[in-house]
Write a protein of this length. Structure first.
Length: 501
């Protein structure tokens, strides 16, 4: 009889007297379990082998379980501390016993609830008593040791259930396949089996040489186990950015581009932010230790300086605050992408622009913020502006309503705010779908003449900076930004998050 190579190997390694697992064959024959499984099923189809399946349950300690294995269960530590303090004779102060036990934080609550459940003693008005008869081996502690030592079968089902409820162990099931020779298989082996030339994929060489005519092709077994393959894919936040881009392009906007590290001139000075403005100290903007920006357009620089010193228009006052070129040329990581808007409005990016114009960017901004559930040190800002002859706050609100509707967000709220470069200014808020909390999602306004005139723009410009991550939180219901973006994100989330469209 002629059989493909792997089938011959499996047949020869299988025994008629005792089942052998696919894993052990895979090790002995140095072939992948999935090819052994495939060969085994093919041999079973031929009647040469029996394949049997059983479920193997494995138990392992979770991180918390391992901690308790080392340090002792919290309730046992509490009990021991209570006994040491004489709690088996008279009630003792709880604070004192907890202190002596060395338990801290959440472990204290865990200790107290299990202490009561296990009848280790009583707790009453801040005092604790220990039941002297309760000492001895704690079955859960013993079970943790057995499981760690690979003897999970010594542990009773009840204890396993209890440990699983406490989150101290993880149980997983897996199918174990074993093979055994049938009588027909034994006969075939005695009569002799040979390796047949069989291929599992067609190559271009086979096609050109004509060899494909003479070989035998193995059949596909779509039921065979195969390793999971994680293909590359876009980060969910990147997909969200792409979607926002599509929406804005659909609304007639063009994309802006520009440097992440830029002169403070474009980040702050053009935005009529005085050089002694608190946001310019390095507390929330990252300054870079690099040579200053050389090429600032001289005419724009002069007009910006004049706006800062004397103001703009007849009633202009300016800040009269110190203004120096050194600071304007200093390079920072941009704290907002409004630096791009300043570059585009000034004409240095695309030349002079005639109204109407619409521009956007979805790019990173960097701030030295305190990291928490809604802040990272860098985030994606959805920057945008519209230039036209006559714009009002209604246009701004209408644009936001239309934009956010495309993401199913219809309950926008607006709150007046202050920006040095816009008047009036509005913050935007949306409701978080899970927590119901009202979350800030952006900031906006109509650029002031003190910003526009030095940039030589003589019509209206409304503008905004929205946070992509916050939009993502409202769309996905994520409650912590760190679950979506950054080093703490769960890989499974990145692999399996559905594409939202
Ligand atoms: N630069 C502002 C956003 C903004 C842009 C344009 C106009 C008004 C506000 C921020 O980072 O919060």
């Amino acid at each position: 009889m002629k059989l493909p190579e792997t089938q011959v190997a499996v047949l020869e390694a299988a025994s008629a007297n005792e089942p052998r697992t696919v894993e052990s064959l895979s090790e002995d024959l140095d072939r992948k379990p999935e090819s052994i499984t495939r060969a085994a099923f093919e041999l079973a189809d031929e009647g040469l082998l029996d394949v049997s399946e059983s479920i193997d349950e494995s138990v392992s300690l979770t991180e918390e379980g391992r901690t308790y294995l080392e340090d002792g269960l919290p309730e046992v530590r509490l009990y021991e501390a209570a006994i040491d303090a004489g709690g088996d004779d008279d009630p003792v102060q709880m604070g004192q016993v907890i202190g002596a036990s060395g338990l801290e934080g959440g472990a204290v609550d865990i200790a107290l609830s299990n202490f009561a459940r296990k009848g280790y003693g009583g707790i009453d008005s801040g005092e604790i008593t220990a039941n002297p008869d309760a000492g001895g081996d704690d079955p859960e502690a013993t079970a943790l040791e057995s499981i760690a030592g690979g003897d999970a079968d010594l542990v009773t089902e009840d204890t396993l259930d209890q440990l699983e409820r406490r989150g101290l162990i993880e149980r997983s099931e897996r199918t174990v396949r074993s093979v055994q020779l049938t009588d027909e298989g034994v006969t075939a082996l005695m009569e002799g089996v040979e390796v047949a030339e069989e291929v599992d994929r067609l190559t271009s060489e086979m096609l050109t040489s004509g060899e494909w005519r003479d070989v035998e092709f193995s059949e596909y077994n779509v039921a065979a186990d195969a390793p999971e393959i994680e293909g590359g894919r876009h980060h969910p936040l990147r997909s969200m950015a792409e979607r926002v881009k599509d929406v804005l392009v659909g609304m007639g906007f063009s994309e802006m581009q520009g440097p992440h590290a830029d002169a403070e001139f474009w980040i702050n000075d053009c935005l009529f932010m005085p050089q002694d403005h608190p946001a310019r100290t390095h507390w929330d903007q990252f300054g870079l230790d690099v040579p200053p920006m050389q090429d600032l357009p001289e005419d724009v620089r002069e007009r910006v300086e004049a706006a800062h010193r004397e103001g703009v228009g007849e009633d202009g006052e300016g800040y009269h605050s110190p203004w120096g070129e050194d600071m304007a040329r200093q390079i920072d990581l941009r704290g907002h992408t409004t630096s791009l808007s300043a570059r585009y409005l000034s004409g240095i990016a695309e030349g002079d622009l005639e109204p109407p114009q619409r521009f956007f960017s979805i790019e990173k901004a960097y701030r030295n913020d305190e990291i928490d559930s809604t802040h990272l040190l860098e985030f994606f800002q959805i920057e945008g502006w519209v230039m036209a002859d006559d714009l009002s706050v209604r246009d701004l609100m209408g644009t936001f309503t239309e934009f956010y509707e495309q993401f199913g967000i219809t309950d926008l709220r607006f709150k007046p705010t202050y920006n040095p470069y816009t008047e009036p200014s509005f913050e935007l808020f949306g409701e978080h779908p899970v927590t119901g909390e009202v979350v800030e999602i952006g900031n906006s306004g109509i650029f002031r003449p003190e910003m526009l005139e030095p940039l030589d723009v003589d019509c209206d410009v409304m503008a905004w900076g929205l946070a992509l991550e916050r939009l993502m939180m409202l769309v996905t219901g994520a409650e912590d930004i760190r679950d979506v973006h950054g080093t703490l994100v769960d890989l499974d989330y990145l692999r399996t998050e559905e594409v939202r469209y």
